[in-house]
Design a protein around this ligand. Sequence first.
Ligand code: FE
Length: 247
Amino acid sequence: NVKKTETIFQDGNHKWVAIVRDPDKPNYLIDTNEYLVTHGGQGMLLDPGGAEVFPAVFSALSSEFDPSALSAIFASHQDPDICSSLALWLEFNPKMRCYVSWLWGSFIPHFGGTAETFVNLPDEGADIALDGLTLRAVPAHYLHSSGNFHLYDKVAKVLFSGDVGAALLPPGEYGLFVENFDKHIRHAEGFHRRWMGSNEAKRRWCERVSQMEIDMLCPQHGAIYQGADVQRFINWFDELQVGIVNG
Ligand code: FE
């Protein structure tokens, strides 16, 4: 089984490829989106996914880019669906770097890698170079993980937003982009209320990203927000009360 790949941005060898929708994936696994950013001869894979979906992601990625030429992995946080495939990717390029929050720098190595593999990102974020392109790790702590980063490409105007913006879509809803915001956001509400831990962190994130130029907001689950839906999402998120459990 192979996932679908869709190029969502291209300017010469500067590319963003979304790796999405595996109809053959067993239902007990949450559906994930992986993203590949390429520039020049280098490629970085964002939230590469779990060990379980590795074969599907690997074959999809291989149709776009030589996996042994991947120079880096970016892990928004520590979860199994984000980076439990790490050791499998490193088999193809042991020199690959993995960018993670310093907070997770000694936990994620339990998934694989060596001391040289990990680049610890400080809380305030950092620039990450990809063959002449500068990407920015943007702080998103407590959204939902205590050490959490998003990745911004100011040239492509793409923000990879990890679990922020995620929606758990019913079977059959496989559109790559959000088509009807009001309908879509119903599938995001319960997820954000429960998984996002801090209203204060959320307020700061909304303020920060409102000041950035974003054409596409790309979450790790569900569909991509583009155009006016980006600000629509930020406004919706800003209003939502999160960190609530009825238990
Ligand atoms: Fe997560």
